[in-house]
Ligand binder design. Sequence first.
Ligand SMILES: Cc1ncc(C[n+]2csc(CCOP(=O)(O)OP(=O)(O)O)c2C)c(N)n1
Length: 337
Amino acid sequence: MTEMVNEQNEKDVYVRAYTAMVLSRTFDKKIVTAQRQGRIGFYTPSIGQEATQVGFSMALDQKDIIFQYYRDVALMIHRGVPIEVILDQIMGNEEDESKGRQMPSHYTAKKYNFMSVQSPVATNLPLAVGAAYALRYQKKDTVVVATFGDGSTSTPDFHAAMNLAAVFNLPVVFLCENNGWAISLPTDKQTKVEISEKAAAYGMKGIKVDGNNFIETYRAAMDAVERARTGKGPTLIDAISFRMGAHSTSDDPSKYRSESVEEGSEKDPITVAEDQLKSLGYLNDSLIAKIKEESVKIVNDKFDIQEKIPPPEPKTMFDDVYAEKNWIIKEEEDDIL
Ligand SMILES: Cc1ncc(C[n+]2csc(CCOP(=O)(O)OP(=O)(O)O)c2C)c(N)n1
């Protein structure tokens, strides 16, 4: 939600941002462990991208619409999506908004203006542009956001979306969460120039930002969102971060990657945030320990509760195929059930 930082509220807004980052990190570690225990099928962690996502989220209004990708747990947490909603999707249980029909990490959270994640990367970008066109036509004061990784900039959909958004001067912000890799392919095998430089080719503003620094990302996002909201057109933000772990729980980065970023190191965005907030006098070691402890309890408790929810009834697979069930669906339903 938009959190215009001023002298009065800066401490609260920044500590809330830090708390969301910690909760997301705790959540990621829990889910990766749960996957190894066979309790979860698959997961795409956001470890290393927390500052990018939270800094960006701080600049958005609740009415803004997000066409997110599969790695945006910190963004969802900061925007207020309950942990239960995220868990239900990952577990594909009967409370999952998608009724267990999507693979894990393909979130939807309609109430919080998160659209559904799609598996083919960058297909969310033209959808975001189309939505922005429609919303402007309806004279709505809504900014539309598309998030994606550096690898997604190699797809035709990225170029089509950027071009259309610029030509029609649409209220869109493109956030490239540049974690340096597209599974095993490094960014320098995706592009010869900086991703932010590509914006110029389409006639839009490009901003490169340190995505490990939530305050810098927040400022860049405020600029981009303000441009979109005031009719100045789309912006591409290239937020540079590190993918601290594997691409997904199906990936083994030791096969292709030698360097690593350790948790707690000076490159870890959560360490960066702790240093920043300590020097501002907003955090100290005991508050940090308390926030971390509470986040472990929240995640463990919610995991244990959501894990007990059964999968959707088989009959629900015939729901929502069409607005009204036609004879084909009814016949299939009768055959199977
Ligand atoms: C169009 C398409 N091509 C290939 C894939 C397989 N794939 C899934 S994730 C991924 C890497 C995407 O990397 P990036 O966009 O940088 O995002 P990251 O996962 O690094 O955050 C690929 C190639 C896909 N899902 N869709």
